[in-house]
Design a protein around this ligand. Structure first.
Ligand SMILES: [Zn+2]
Length: 380
């Protein structure tokens, strides 16, 4: 599937006329996210690593989670709710300016604890290899409580990061990268660290940059099979991590998996919505119209309103066309049996895609310091 644009220039708001394109890209992204999280090919699952993983809420009963939500919601740690294109952030962490990066948009640089930690870890790796490295410029992550962050479609759940390239000159934020100003050794070190040191999901960048990085990796003697899996993938088996997205010749768009904050959302999200701490946004059900369907009938069946369906599909009238697929916004409602099944299973994430000979020394996760210590969480 062609990956559609995940974010647009921070200086160019998306015009209203682009609404259809945004709706389309949301569809594509939701499908992507589902593929990535729920439909992982068994080949991709590293069973040994899964067994090592622990979650800070392991051992908590639903009553204990409910109690924490009432008395000390901070104890849950960061929660990445929903999808990057339709989500929310709870207990977010603000990125802080440092020698690693300057903040271009300090008010909208809120991520999950994992997102901020992953970003810092990868950049520190660049500094370790190149001690005189200047700070990057950090753009948008998410708003403090997530949700829509203009002009983006994504950036809603604390897992998306817009960050500058390393340049060979003093190019400002959002300068277009060229072969001349793109600092290949540092940018490749950054991309490699994101892949080997973090749970990165995708790195979006313009095709011209994808090609520069790929060639540099091969010229540097990186394993060709690994390089191919990173930049090209294997059709039907493995998607590339570094992917082309138009509008991204000026910055990297990173998206991290958050094995903790996304799993916390699965376990505590419904309770947080119930407590009014996360604003539930409707989820979209794609429905192909059959003969005899009416707008009123669909609204009643999905527990929504005629106006909401009209708004979601840009409909002026009440005509429903047979065989056309409509987006039906649904808040709550009985899940399908497949959804119920998925909601009962811990989320599964692909193993890190490491070059040959590189191993993760210790993947066991630790509870954040403000959490009560419970087995089997390693204590501080
Ligand atoms: Zn972005």
């Amino acid at each position: 599937m062609t990956l559609l644009v995940a974010c647009t220039s921070a200086t160019t708001p998306v015009p209203e006329t682009a609404h259809d394109a945004i709706v389309e890209s949301e569809v594509a992204h939701e499908a992507d996210a589902e593929d990535a999280i729920l439909d992982i090919d068994s080949v991709e699952i590293d069973e040994a690593r899964l067994k090592l993983d622990v979650h800070p809420l392991d051992g908590w009963t639903p009553e204990e989670i409910r109690e924490a939500i009432t008395t000390n919601p901070a104890a849950l740690g960061s929660v990445s709710f929903g999808t990057p294109n339709r989500g929310a952030l709870f207990n977010g962490v603000a990125a802080e300016a440092s020698h690693l990066y300057e903040l271009v948009k300090p008010d909208d640089a809120w991520g999950t604890r994992e997102t901020i930690d992953y970003l810092n870890a990868a950049i520190r790796k660049v500094h370790a290899a190149f001690p005189d490295t200047p700070p990057l410029r950090l753009g948008h992550i998410s708003a403090k409580t997530g949700g829509r962050l203009r002009p983006h479609v994504s950036h809603q759940s604390g897992r998306d990061v817009d960050i500058s390239f390393y340049y060979t000159d003093d190019s400002p934020w959002y300068a277009r990268a060229t072969k001349k100003n793109f600092d290949l050794p540092r940018n490749w070190a950054f991309v490699k660290a994101l892949i080997t040191e973090t749970d990165i999901e995708i790195i979006l960048v313009d095709r011209s940059i994808v090609n520069l990085l790929q060639k540099f990796a091969l010229d540097s003697g990186e394993d060709p099979f690994w390089v191919r899996s990173i930049f090209r993938g294997f059709p039907g088996q493995q998607r590339p991590i570094v992917r082309h997205a138009s509008g991204h010749a000026t910055h990297f768009h990173l998206r991290f998996y958050n094995p903790i904050a996304q799993e916390t959302a699965r376990r505590a999200g419904a309770l947080l919505v119930e407590a009014g701490l996360i604003k539930a946004r409707p989820r979209i059900v794609h429905y192909r119209a059959k003969a005899g369907d009416t707008l009123g009938g669909l609204a009643a069946r999905f527990g929504t309103t005629v106006e909401a369906i009209q708004r979601e599909n840009g409909l002026r009238g009440t005509t429903i066309r047979q065989h056309r697929t409509y987006r039906i916004p649904v808040v709550g409602g009985a899940p399908t049996s497949e959804e119920a099944e998925a909601a009962n299973q811990p989320l599964r994430f692909p193993p890190r895609r490491l070059p040959p000979g590189v191993r993760i020394a210790e993947t066991r996760r630790r509870a954040p310091p403000n959490l009560p210590c419970r087995r089997p969480i390693p204590c501080h």
